[in-house]
Design a binder for this molecule. Structure first.
Ligand code: AMP
Ligand code: TRP
Length: 345
């Protein structure tokens, strides 16, 4: 079989307000992995529509995530950047995998419970089967490594379970066709560094999120220097000075979050951050934090804006990426149909 030893796949939803959690938890990892791996980075528009999206805003957001990827340092020529709906194999494999995954597995997904809230009966069917589509995204390319934030860990475990069940359910047919017994490799989550779960600036116990109604809870990748300074200044903290060692962050979620953000932005560890700022007040630390955040984000937001001035260029990148993604996906889909016993061309 022709699968390379390692291939990276990850996705970001085009649902607006890309924030520091997306940047530190996912996009910075995407950039780093380009050195060592073949990478596919996908704007997952089919995931976005599990919740109603304004069509005009969706178009804008698909381009903006693409622009932010490129502005952050993803190279769409050396690697593949595309939007999910352009490669119909995602939807096709998702159907097949929905017949492999079990209701009980999906019922355990905590993110569905959080997103659907009290109105579960009113959530779209797509929102419920969303993790199954995510498994299809990954397996469609036989991706081996998936960089994500901590919140996606359970979805990655489900992807592994689905891959494993497919390999087992069809083991005989896979062997008869002469395919590798690991027909779908079990994807490994890459959840690393000091900011895998960036928390709200207003509540250290809830995740920084695109959909929080208060913009003061998050640093958006497109925020200007003044907004970044204001949001950090107003970020919730506690009255104690910063500790000098990591153990001192226990039960201080807001302090821990800001220290993690600083460490990730400055490329140091939390311990090193506390060595430098321990014993000091939050006000001085917040100024330093604003400094590193603006230094990292300002060039990216400027470049994103510049790229957004030429939508045709972005569309051409997505179209080219989709063609290259399709070329990888098609033989894998064909083998999948054969293994299941679906007559195929
Ligand atoms: P989403 O915006 O839900 O499509 O997420 C895109 C990527 O960003 C995924 O890998 C998420 O795990 C990651 N991510 C989202 N929010 C956060 C957060 N608050 N902290 C760290 N990573 C995050
Ligand atoms: N569900 C992910 C999120 O909301 C996005 C996503 C979709 C994804 N498909 C993926 C991430 C495949 C990694 C691999 O963050």
């Amino acid at each position: 079989m022709t699968a390379p030893k390692s291939r990276v796949f990850s996705g970001v939803q085009p649902t607006g307000n890309l924030h520091l959690g997306n940047y530190l938890g996912a996009i910075t990892k995407f950039v780093a992995l380009q050195e060592s791996h073949e990478c596919l980075y996908c704007v997952v528009d089919l995931h976005a529509i599990t919740v109603w999206q304004d069509p005009k805003e969706l178009e804008h957001n698909i381009r903006e995530v693409t622009a932010a990827f490129i502005a952050s340092g993803i190279d769409p020529e050396a690697h593949i950047v595309f939007n999910q709906s352009r490669v119909s194999g995602h939807a096709e494999l998702a159907w097949v995998l929905s017949c492999v995954a079990r209701m009980g597995w999906l019922n355990r997904m905590t993110q569905f419970k959080e997103k659907a809230g009290k109105h579960r009966e009113n959530a779209s069917v797509g929102l419920f089967t969303y993790p199954n589509l995510m498994a299809a995204d990954i397996l469609l390319y036989r991706a081996t490594h998936v960089p994500v934030g901590e919140d996606q860990k359970q979805h990655l475990e489900l992807s592994r379970d689905i891959a494993q069940k497919f390999n087992t359910d069809f083991a005989d047919s896979i062997a008869e066709h002469g395919f590798d017994e690991t027909f779908f490799p079990l994807p490994e989550p890459l959840i690393t560094g000091p900011a895998t779960r960036v928390m709200s600036l207003r509540d250290g116990t809830s995740k920084m999120s695109k959909s929080d109604p208060s913009d003061m809870t998050r640093i958006n990748m497109m925020d200007d220097a003044d907004s970044i300074a204001k949001k950090f200044r107003k970020a919730r903290t506690d009255p104690e000075p910063l500790p000098s060692e990591e153990a001192g962050l226990k039960d201080r979620p807001e302090a821990e979050n800001l220290v993690g953000i600083y460490a990730a932005l400055a490329g140091v560890t939390k311990a090193e951050t506390l060595k430098e700022f321990g014993g000091g007040q939050f006000s001085g630390f917040k100024e330093a934090l604003t400094g590193v955040a603006v230094e990292k984000l300002a060039p990216i937001s400027n470049e994103t804006k510049k790229l957004m001035d030429d939508p045709a260029h972005i569309d051409a990148i997505l179209s080219d990426g989709a063609a290259r993604a399709r070329a990888i996906a098609e033989p894998i889909l064909r083998q999948t149909r054969q293994v299941i016993g679906l007559l195929t061309d």
